[in-house]
Design a binder for this molecule. Structure first.
Ligand code: HEC
Length: 323
């Protein structure tokens, strides 16, 4: 499914190419060629391919006038990009995701030994659930094996899944689950084009400034939490209050993925997109910095024992450190 969001972000990138290539295809191709070090033929191929994609997108969005889309595209706020890690407050505890340098590690892992068809029939349900989540494939259609080329067609998260299988060859589970978690943490936010600031979220996705929140005694945060649920739009916002101030805003997005799962977003106290957040532990008064989205998936999950499946689509868990 192509979302309005991705149509718009593509338009931003493609419109200049679309317009200039109609006027002066030759000189533009040369400029691009210099910029990207591409041969002229390859550049033209790219442009033609992009124009086709762009026109298909426009046809799909027949209900939206193209000039309106251009207006909206110009005003979109910046989103996470994969060339920089998001980072955040320092980790005050050791978590799986805290070691730096995954980018270089990922590129150095050879995929040559990985078979074309990878047997996943004996993966534990949680591992299979997380892999399906990273590939955005519904858990029911995952089946007993995965094709290497399907995995590698899924961007940086796909690359991480492939590398985790390569590292896990000849181990009992068949996958390096810790590497998988580190890769999810590093590439999830940019893969999903999340806006870099809370203002950007309100601009690009949903402006909830005037919506009514209800206050909860949170069993997840062990304190007051303001919650806004908007099922029609598939947006759920939870603000953790500490001393009357919002310490973090955690957001669930529903209905935006192929696999039917939720997306998980955090903005910190300064309104910046973050890949970590604080949760209390069961020991009264103690807290840990936890990595996102992994920590979110650990509570917002539905495990089906009979089907042996795990999905991450539970909106309102009923367990937390304070219950
Ligand atoms: C320790 C378990 C736990 C973790 C981890 C967790 N949640 Fe939750 N979440 C809950 C519980 C329990 C609720 C129900 C409300 C409450 O008690 O706070 C909830 C509710 C929510 C809601 C409101 C949902 C609604 O229906 O309105 C949002 C939004 C949310 N969580 C986002 C997140 C995000 C984003 C993450 C990851 C950063 C996350 N949660 C991690 C347990 C958790």
């Amino acid at each position: 499914m192509i979302s309005r969001f991705s149509i718009i972000s593509r338009l931003i990138i493609l419109l200049p190419i679309l317009y200039s290539s109609c006027d002066q295809p030759q000189s533009d191709a040369n400029a691009l060629e210099e910029d990207m070090g591409l041969s002229q033929d390859a550049t033209l191929d790219l442009m033609i391919h992009d124009q086709e994609l762009d026109l298909t997108d426009m046809m799909i969005s027949t209900s939206i006038d193209a000039s309106m889309l251009i207006d909206m595209a110009v005003n979109l706020s910046p989103v996470a990009t994969c060339d920089v890690a998001l980072g955040g407050e320092p980790w005050d505890n050791m978590v799986v995701e805290s070691p730096l340098g995954i980018e270089a590690e990922l590129m150095s892992i050879s995929l040559d030994q990985l078979p074309q068809e990878i047997d996943i029939s004996s993966l534990p349900s949680l591992f299979a659930g997380l892999i399906a989540y990273m590939l955005d494939i519904p858990i029911e259609s995952l089946g007993g094996s995965l094709q290497k080329e399907v995995i590698l067609s899924k961007g940086m998260l796909g690359r991480v899944v492939a590398a985790s299988f390569a590292l896990g060859l000849n181990t009992p589970s068949g996958v390096d689950y810790l590497f998988l978690r580190r890769g999810l943490h590093r590439y999830y936010h940019c893969d999903k084009d999340f806006p870099l600031t809370l203002d950007g979220f309100k601009n690009n996705i949903f402006d909830y400034s005037t919506a009514n929140f209800t206050e909860h005694d949170s069993i997840a945060k062990c304190g007051p939490r303001r919650i806004l649920s908007h099922p029609e739009l598939g947006v759920y916002v939870a603000e953790t209050l500490v001393d009357g101030m919002v310490r973090e805003t955690e957001i669930l997005l529903e209905g935006r993925r192929n696999d039917g799962n939720l997306d998980f977003i955090i903005y910190n106290s300064l309104g910046q997109l973050s890949d970590r957040t604080r949760f209390p532990t069961v020991r009264a008064g103690s807290e840990v910095m936890a990595s996102s989205p992994y920590v979110c998936t650990s509570c917002h999950l539905n495990s089906d024992q009979e089907m042996n499946t795990t999905r991450f689509d539970l909106l309102f868990p009923e367990v937390g450190p304070c219950r």
